[in-house]
Design a protein around this ligand. Structure first.
Ligand code: CO
Length: 165
């Protein structure tokens, strides 16, 4: 497992990624690197183009639920909701983005087996964000408005109070 540098240049980030065709040792190694990079960067998801590899691969770690998405396709979307987002490739920007409330996803695992699952809320949001990366789309393209650092601090304070800290 090795950390890979997270790219922030839009030339790479704006490119469309190509489907994975070979489910081999190199893919497994790459998935491990992505996971390591995501954890070291304290992200909840990362897509291959964010480390300069234009392949349709992403990993997500949502509250300890770890997921490898290879050639993911969102086959169904339902509802809509707005929430905060950020991105390892767009440092220092947080914003409100409208996303579906529920999604159904088809993807392949590292062995090349297809699987299908449904997700909702912030988990669905993460998946949409990562799948967008594979098409060169960034959350700032869909951002309704930016959230300032002041607002973020206020929200953090409120959350602290809510859980009685
Ligand atoms: Co991102």
């Amino acid at each position: 497992m090795a950390y890979r540098k997270v790219v922030t240049d839009e030339i790479t980030l704006r490119k469309k990624s190509k489907p994975v065709k070979k489910f081999d040792e190199a893919l497994i190694e790459f998935l491990e690197d992505l996971k390591e990079t995501m954890h070291q960067s304290e992200g909840i998801g990362i897509a291959a183009p964010q480390v300069g590899i234009l392949k349709r691969v992403a990993v997500i770690d949502f509250n300890g639920l770890f997921l490898e998405l290879i050639n993911p396709v969102i086959t169904h979307m339902e509802g809509s909701c707005e929430d905060r987002e950020g991105c390892l490739s767009v440092p220092n920007v947080r914003g409100i983005v409208k996303r579906p409330e529920k999604v159904t996803v088809e993807a392949f695992d590292r062995t090349g087996s297809k699987y299908t699952f449904s997700a909702e809320g912030y988990f669905a949001r993460c998946i949409c964000h990562e799948v967008d990366h594979l098409d060169g789309i960034l959350f700032i393209d869909k951002m309704i408005r930016e959230v300032t650092q002041e607002e973020l601090d206020e929200l953090k304070e409120k959350e602290k109070k809510k859980i009685g800290k």
